[in-house]
Ligand binder design. Sequence first.
Ligand code: G
Ligand code: G
Ligand code: MN
Ligand code: NA
Length: 253
Amino acid sequence: LALQTSLHQAIAQQQFVLHYQPQIETGSGRLVGVEVLVRWQHPERGLVPPNKFIPIAEESDLIIRLGEWILQEACRQLSLWHAGGLELRVAVNLSARQLRSKNLLRQVKDVVLKHNLQPGQLELEITESVAMEDADNTLRMLAQLRELGVELAIDDFGTGYSSLSHLKLMPLHRLKIDRSFVKDIETDPDDAAICAATISLAHNLGLSVVAEGVETEAQFAFLGNLGCECAQGFLFSKPLPAAELEAWIRARG
Ligand code: G
Ligand code: G
Ligand code: MN
Ligand code: NA
């Protein structure tokens, strides 16, 4: 409850900061995108991770305001990067309540216009469980988002349960393999089979794949051999503030 009260203030006082985690193309090793992960710079508690406050914000319309700030800030940063010649895609997580919000379409439309983005440079991630929870409404919303030109990804794929008949109707670009399947991919044949099947399913549906939680070169190579297009994880970098990401890019050469 204490957190909920200060969360109201935090939104008013903009105590949030975005971190960005690189997404690397397996074939080329190039940086092709970043996932936005929000943190709360709490005046007393320090940097609070999202799993401590997103669920609280999600209990009310606070998530709508926070989500709008995150979209605005991510797109502002994206337009700065593009102006500086850095071409990449920015992926923003959407919560269940945001996806059900009447404001979402307008928010996305406005932010893309305001920052003069190509809408395809913005990707929105929703988790598999949120997508399948209320599949008919989700489908309608995703179709409208797609009309704006933004790209759509299903996060944590394989951890909820997907209706393949719904999945096939969704206008998606990407599936993100959950890191629980990546962790033991080299030693657990079941995990390897799940990753292979997910990649093959995605490709047959015309979707691209990002693997999460890639921590070793061996996992990266394994996923590349399975045809997974992109990887994200501590092997490359943890999520970083914008300036540190820029330094990371420069150091990589
Ligand atoms: O960065 P970290 O690994 O602690 O993030 C944990 C989880 O918090 C993510 O998997 C994601 O589900 C959630 N999360 C992080 N940033 C955001 C955000 O900007 N919006 C929403 N809705 N969830 C986020
Ligand atoms: O949206 P999602 O819940 O998938 O957010 C990704 C989360 O996973 C973030 O909290 C991020 O800090 C974390 N994470 C990112 N890369 C790695 C990794 O390589 N290993 C582990 N264990 N966690 C990671
Ligand atoms: Mn995500
Ligand atoms: Na995930």
